[in-house]
Design a protein around this ligand. Structure first.
Ligand code: IPE
Ligand code: IPE
Ligand code: MG
Length: 256
């Protein structure tokens, strides 16, 4: 009998249903120009705008970006507070056009560590874009893969629910989408830095030296081309994969 196939595994496909990005390199981008680090973060918002547009044009249905990690609290207080200000400012500036372009926003992460002003901004943006269906944009903020696994397990334990791979997946902060097919990290580091630990079990990884503020549609296309040339085997042999019917189409998005 064939082993059970996880519904979270996407079929081999030319276009990823879910792209995740560790947007790294903002500080170095600014330092190279003798600018303060925050100038790099500002330029990073511009890069994100380009990439959202490119994802919509290419038909990628889900984009998840790492904007602030659980560990980024360890940065100098001035940098942390300018990142909080930038988030609130970017929301008020960008949400109307995201709204118009059919982007549905989610902010997976630990809200308990955020100020009331920031939480209010995140909740309003989620509410205002809740009816959109073109692109799901997960802006992971105060997010950590370990936090996510722990909060999911804690929630299930409180409910007295059985802990299984499926129940844990369903309690994660990204339960509304399928697992990422492609994870890109900009900025040259070869690590995950506590991003989607549980969800990236079979994700294809692409690392680029490009600093995040320089990342654009052409860079995205390079990563998509690399993804299209990968052979995803999900533990099977290459021969089995060649014969396989497409498994279960998750297309990144779990709930329409
Ligand atoms: C990523 O860029 C943005 C955040 C982590 C908030 P960095 O600020 O880490 O930039 P580098 O890695 O120092 O260049
Ligand atoms: C990862 O980048 C977090 C985000 C992009 C938000 P970091 O710059 O914080 O990662 P490390 O510290 O180099 O691993
Ligand atoms: Mg960094």
């Amino acid at each position: 009998m064939a082993p059970p196939v996880s519904p979270h595994l996407a079929p081999p496909a030319a276009l990823p249903g879910h792209v995740a990005i560790v947007m790294d390199g903002n500080g170095r981008w600014a330092q190279k120009r003798w600018l303060p680090r925050v100038a790099g973060h500002k330029q990073g918002v511009e890069a994100l705008r380009q990439v959202v547009k490119a994802c919509i044009e290419r038909g990628v249905p889900v984009l998840s970006v790492f904007a602030f990690s659980s560990e980024n609290w360890n940065r100098p207080v001035e940098e942390v507070s300018s990142l909080m200000d930038l988030l609130v400012m970017a929301l008020s500036r960008e949400v109307p056009s995201l709204e118009k372009n059919g982007v549905r926003l989610y902010f997976p992460g630990d809200r308990s560590g955020l100020s009331a002003r920031v939480v209010k901004g995140l909740e309003a943006a989620e509410r205002d874009t809740a009816h959109n269906r073109t692109l799901v944009l997960n802006v992971c903020f105060n997010y950590g893969g370990r936090w996510d696994i722990a909060q999911a397990a804690r929630r299930l334990a409180q409910q007295g629910a059985e802990i299984t791979e499926e129940s844990l997946s369903g309690a994660m902060a990204l339960a509304h989408v399928g697992d990422p097919d492609l994870l890109i990290r900009t900025g040259g580091e070869l690590r995950i830095s506590n991003f989607l630990l549980w969800q990236s079990a079979y994700t294809e990884l692409v690392f680029t030296d490009c600093l995040w503020p320089d990342f654009d549609a052409a860079e995205l296309d390079r990563a998509l081309a690399e993804f299209a040339n990968r052979e995803r085997r999900f533990g099977q042999t290459a021969e089995q994969r060649a014969e396989a019917e497409p498994l279960v189409v998750t297309a990144g998005q779990r709930h329409a």
